[in-house]
Design a protein. Sequence first.
Length: 130
Amino acid sequence: MASPAASARLRVRIRDGEGPPYEQLRESILRQIERGTLLPGDRLPPVRACAVELDLAPNTVARSYRALEQDGWLVGRGRAGTFVSDRPPRQVAPAEDALGRAADTYLRRAAQLGFDVNDARRALRDRSPS
């Protein structure tokens, strides 16, 4: 039986007051992928091992990994582990990314207030300058 691939070493520092730990971990992994410190096909540490190393709850690490999987940066392969995607998502300009995050925040807030996406669009359209 072949031994499992060694996990890449994550260089992460979680700091109090710098935002939610899952977001700090997600951003740190993303930066390492963008810089080439983590390469396509690299295996990330298992959730539990990463949680122990960073003194985080396993669910916090799993949430970060899931978010990066959903965005296309990581690929989960079941028991084989979590790997850096061979096909990363297209890069977006910082301004476009910021606008997308603002839209996400707006839609989340609209939902909290009981409005759906169509209501949110209508509100934007009604307030847009002609």
